[in-house]
Structures are given as C-alpha cells and as structure tokens.
Design a protein around this ligand. Structure first.
Ligand code: THU
Length: 133
C-alpha cells in the first residue's frame, strides 16, 4: 500500500518546523504506526555541526519514547527536484525498529518513489547478529 495523503501532508508540515540554519536544507518526516498513529520529525541542526539529527531519526525516536513499537511506513520530504533518501545512520535506526518499513520519498508537490528499508539497507546489522554463541 502507498502512503496516504495525510501522511505526506504531515511530513510536509513537519518540514516547516525544521531547525536547519546551517545547511538551510529542511527535511520533514512522518512515521505511521501499525495502529495508524502519525508521528512527525524534522531535522534539528546544531552549531557543533556533527550533533545534527535527521528528520527520520527524530520521528523514530519520538515514537519510541512515546511507547510505539510497530511501524508501517515513513514519508520523507525535502524541497528538491529529486528524491531525498535517508542517510546511512537513519537507515540503520529505521531497520532496527521497523525491519519491514516502507519508505516514501516526496517533495512539496510530488511523491517520487517508494522503497522498503530492506532495499535501502540490504544485509543490515541487527540484534540477531549480537548473538555470538
Ligand atoms: N537530512 C535529513 O534530515 N534527512 C535526510 O534524509 C537527509 C539529510 C538533514 C541533515 C542536515 O540537517 C541536512 O539535512 C543537510 O544534510
């Protein structure tokens, strides 16, 4: 199934709340739980640049902190003419909490593409690989 208009709209709205004075590259994300709750995130930058956190991880960490554990899809929005795909760090975090996640990439007016986290992060490191016995 594809992302609903409401989920795409939520990601676009979240993007407007981005704190991105250094890159000026604003990103919004909207994560949908298995029971239909929408949790949003935006990128939050820091003057110590490396402490910046992406929209996708903000959304996932907000959701986890609020007790959600099952996720269906996430929409990622940037104001670009080509899709903005999650960075490697975000792929790893999304994969841990949502190994079957669908990822929709959009801009302010278009929905570009849909992927799965397994496509974007094949052979992922995960909890089962911590078992060395
Ligand atoms: N960024 C995201 O929030 N998500 C992405 O998928 C790509 C990059 C942010 C991080 C930084 O604040 C800015 O975009 C430029 O890299």
């Amino acid at each position: 199934m594809s992302a609903s208009d409401a989920l795409v709209a939520a990601a676009r709205e979240a993007r407007e709340r981005a704190f991105a004075p250094y890159s000026t590259f604003k990103v919004g994300a909207a994560l949908e739980t298995a029971d239909g709750v929408i949790i949003t995130g935006c990128n939050i930058e820091n003057a110590s640049y490396g402490l910046t956190i992406c929209a996708e991880r903000v959304a996932m960490f907000k959701a986890i902190a609020d007790g959600h554990r099952h996720f269906v899809r996430i929409v990622v929005v940037a104001d670009t003419s080509a899709p903005t795909a999650p960075c490697g760090a975000c792929r790893q975090v999304l994969s841990e909490f949502a190994p079957d996640l669908e990822i929709t990439l959009a801009n302010l007016t278009q929905v570009f593409a849909q992927h799965t986290i397994r496509e974007l992060l094949p052979h992922a490191f995960g909890p089962s690989l911590l078992d060395r016995r």
